[in-house]
Design a protein around this ligand. Structure first.
Ligand code: SF4
Length: 279
């Protein structure tokens, strides 16, 4: 029996707009045929996804004839809105609305952006459908044990990870997309899609943040603008930086001075100022 067969009851399939969850959706469609009404495929747009991600989500829906519900956080009740490819935010609007409400920035230790913009946004939508308990299908692979071995959520859903149950690794996902007539148009560097999810996410490596500042200065500018905005709302420095070690303005200035050298030299970014981290 296929591990991709749908469990009973309402099922949310979380499509992040990446290759892994796209592959998972494909396998579920293969195993079940057309999805019954009790299944919702959702994509939560933060507004900081690359345009290629938005195009990929739309193309998956079109080619595989599957209804993907695009959701965005809103700061006023009911705190979400259903959008579509055309109307999706493309300049961080949902993310900025959340920052304005919280008056501090998310960081490695306080990832409220993911909770609010993705998890709770989907939950609010599903609750609006009258769902009380459901299965949440997430694209965690067998080679991601750190994501798998988390305690089950104390919430309205049970997590279902069919990719892990099927023993799927990043190599299987890459091989699948090589066989498809279309793909996410973002580079895959050693199995890492560094432009996936939010473009300047603080969980990405310093080298990735530096590369964004160099290659996509307009996109990096949004993150710098958020730091400036929150500096005007708080007296705590930590609340107004995405990283403890450097501000996005520091990063931009550093890249303007050092450019490619910094990206091709191991440790360059961490030795910028007399052996201390940038910022
Ligand atoms: S990708 Fe990063 S910045 Fe975006 S919501 Fe997730 S944790 Fe937050």
């Amino acid at each position: 029996m296929s591990v991709f067969l749908l469990p009973d009851g309402p099922v949310q399939i979380a499509f992040s707009g990446g290759r892994t969850s796209g592959y998972m959706l494909h396998q579920i469609l293969e195993a079940n045929g057309d999805l019954p009404d009790r299944v919702e495929v959702t994509f939560q747009n933060t507004g900081r996804e690359m345009p290629q991600t938005l195009d990929f989500v739309a193309e998956v829906g079109r080619r595989w004839r599957v209804m993907v519900t695009w959701l965005e956080y809103r700061k006023d009740a009911p705190f979400f809105e259903i959008v579509g490819h055309q109307g999706a935010s493309r300049d961080g609007e949902p993310f900025e609305a959340l920052i304005e409400r919280r008056k501090f920035l998310p960081n490695q230790a306080a990832r409220f952006c993911s909770t609010e913009l993705k998890v709770r946004t989907a939950k609010r939508y599903l609750r609006s459908l009258g769902w009380t308990h459901w299965t949440n299908c997430v694209g965690i692979r067998a080679d991601e044990p750190h994501r798998l071995n988390k305690p089950p959520p104390k919430d309205r859903w049970t997590v279902w990870t069919p990719l892990a149950a099927a023993g799927i690794s990043r190599h299987d996902v890459a091989a699948f997309w090589r066989r498809q007539p279309f793909d996410l148009q973002l580079p895959n560097v050693n199995g890492n899609c560094w432009l996936g999810n939010c473009d300047g996410c603080f969980l990405k490596s310093e080298a990735n943040i530096a590369a964004l500042a160099r290659d996509f200065p307009d996109r990096a500018a949004w993150w710098e603008r958020m730091e400036t905005k929150v500096r005007g709302l708080t007296t705590t420095k930590a609340a107004a930086q995405f990283s403890k070690r450097y501000s996005r303005a520091d990063m931009r200035r550093y890249m303007e001075r050092q450019g490619d050298w910094a990206l091709s030299t191991d440790g360059a970014l961490c030795q910028a100022a007399h052996g201390e981290c940038v910022g």
